[in-house]
Design a protein around this ligand. Structure first.
Ligand code: IMP
Length: 223
């Protein structure tokens, strides 16, 4: 990465995700660049099974499946919450921790409670035991098999009880360092804090990965 990166000359891409929260955030981040963006769901693609053991493997599974099916460049995000005291769990299983026991879908209220229960079961007592990070790995795959990866991370603390109704997933229990509000209490502009002219100020894991993707692969609409 960082050299021989292929630019996205085609101005149409697929966002290889069926997660509405992620698709919305990637659309927001892509907006200043003037690309035509459609999600995998809008293309009628099935959701691939994520069999990888790493964020890189899972993002590649999703991006390659969408690029192969549509013959367009495809951008996938694989992301998750990694809690230090839980040895990085839930990690690549972050979405799975929200699966309801009766198989009827996902419940993120339950998933957030699972995280704090896992912390107390393991004997977490200090503020330091609540250190965590969100990780996002973006994979951009082309129909000819070429792939690029971009990783973003943001460190913070797990808070309880959950705070705020914005965002998605585990946002209400994650408070990024140097902030006094959780991602759930921020609007999406605050969560991304993404400005193409000041990319070093990006805040969320997804925005930080996007900065690398945009800097290497995107071409501004007026270039
Ligand atoms: P996957 O990448 O499809 O395996 O799912 C990642 C899971 O991590 C999502 O279902 C969310 O629950 C969680 N996640 C990833 N990014 C975020 C975020 O920005 N906010 C809150 N939860 C997130």
């Amino acid at each position: 990465m960082g050299f021989r990166v292929r630019k996205l000359i085609e101005r149409e891409i697929v966002v290889a995700s069926h997660n509405e929260g992620k698709v919305r955030e990637i659309n927001e981040l892509m907006a200043p660049y003037g690309y035509f963006v459609k999600s995998a769901a809008e293309h009628g693609l099935p959701e691939p099974v994520e069999t990888g053991a790493t964020f890189e493997e899972n993002s590649a599974i999703k991006a390659v499946a969408a690029a192969t099916a549509t013959r367009l460049p495809a951008l996938a995000d694989d992301s998750g919450l990694c809690v230090d005291f839980l040895d990085g769990a839930p990690g690549v299983y972050t979405a799975d921790w929200a699966e309801k026991p009766d198989g009827s879908g996902r419940d993120f209220g339950m998933a957030m409670e699972r995280v704090v229960n896992a912390l107390s079961d393991k004997g977490a007592v200090n503020a330091n035991d609540r250190r965590a990070k969100f990780i996002s790995v973006l994979c951009l795959a082309w129909p000819d098999g070429h792939k690029e990866f971009f990783r973003g991370e943001v460190e913070g603390d797990i808070v309880w009880p959950p705070r705020g109704d914005n965002g998605f997933g585990y946002d209400p229990i994650f408070m990024p360092d140097d902030h006094t509000r959780t991602f759930g209490e921020m609007n999406s502009n605050e969560k991304h804090h993404f400005n193409p002219s000041q990319p070093e100020q990006a805040l969320s894991h997804r925005a930080r990965a996007f900065v690398l993707f945009a800097g290497n692969c995107l071409i501004a609409a007026d270039d």
